[in-house]
Design a binder for this molecule. Structure first.
Ligand code: SAM
Length: 257
């Protein structure tokens, strides 16, 4: 995609996320900041159950597409030193308010996840929980993530599963049990009422990660626990659907030391 197309997608996505902030995430932000455990995704799967992040004390972390930055807040509470970046000033405004309310402070930076105003080799860990991963082209954001990591640094990111992308209706509502579009149409896909997202197949993700210099450690296909309920307003998949098919992909990759 050319520069004009990228700028158009960015403007569209920024506008969409201002609206989502106004309707949902701003009201939700304080509650999310107050959660004590680090968890992943629609069904809040505890990181401790997955054994992924480990000891965070003192780690320099960049969160790409942080939204209201609750994930960075959890990391800060666990002793990490996060920097939270997002394209949307509205989302970062909610994060700033939560910082004032909680006293948990870290840098909030308005930036495109594919063009990071951060120093080369300055981070131990890059995370994204539905941030840059679906919303930026991985051919652009993965090389940036690799650039800001130190040798031996880790990238951990969560995004929608390819299967969810194939089964979710274009207009509105939850994923069903039929494939609704070719897999090749998911990278990228512009939703009629939404923004432009990037959902490469698993083979493409591996190629893109390797091209950016990463070694792939794991792909965790997440299933919600039995007690998990359908998310209140991200109407992508129901909890029942996600108990049958993986709705979320959690990738772990390392930059060779
Ligand atoms: C689903 S939220 C992720 C934040 C949080 N983990 C959550 O699930 O609510 C997606 C975020 O990506 C941000 N975003 C969209 N396009 C982006 C881009 N090009 N660069 C950085 N952030 C972007 C949006 O502004 C939004 O805050």
């Amino acid at each position: 995609m050319d520069g004009t197309g990228q700028a158009h997608d960015r403007a569209h996505n920024r506008q969409l996320w201002s609206l989502v902030n106004e309707r949902f995430t701003d009201a939700d932000a304080a509650a999310r900041w107050s959660e004590l455990d680090i968890s992943w995704g629609l069904f809040r799967i505890p990181d401790a159950d997955l054994g992924l992040l480990g000891d965070l004390d003192g780690l320099r972390v960049a969160e790409l597409g942080a939204g209201t930055a609750y994930f960075s807040a959890w990391l800060a509470r666990a002793g990490a030193r996060p920097v939270a970046l997002d394209l949307s000033a509205a989302q970062l405004g909610s994060a700033r308010r939560c910082q004032e309310q909680t006293g948990i402070h870290f840098p909030l930076v308005e930036a495109d996840g594919a063009v990071l105003p951060l120093a080369t080799g300055a981070f131990d860990l890059v995370v994204s929980e539905y941030g840059a991963a679906p919303w930026c082209d991985p051919a652009r954001w993965l090389p940036e993530a690799a650039r800001i990591l130190r040798p031996g640094g880790r990238l951990v990111f969560l995004t929608n599963s390819v299967l969810a992308g194939l089964c979710v209706p274009a207009d509105e509502g939850f994923a069903g049990e039929q494939l609704l579009r070719p897999q090749r149409d998911l990278y990228p896909i512009t939703w009629p009422e939404g923004g432009t997202e990037h959902h490469p197949g698993h083979g493409d993700w591996i190629r893109l990660l390797v091209d950016a210099g990463f070694v792939v450690d794991a792909l965790h296909e997440l299933y919600p626990p039995h007690h998990a309920a359908t998310h209140e307003w991200y109407d992508i998949v129901t909890a029942d659907w996600a108990r049958n098919w993986p709705a979320e992909d959690l990738w772990v990759a390392t930059l060779p030391g």
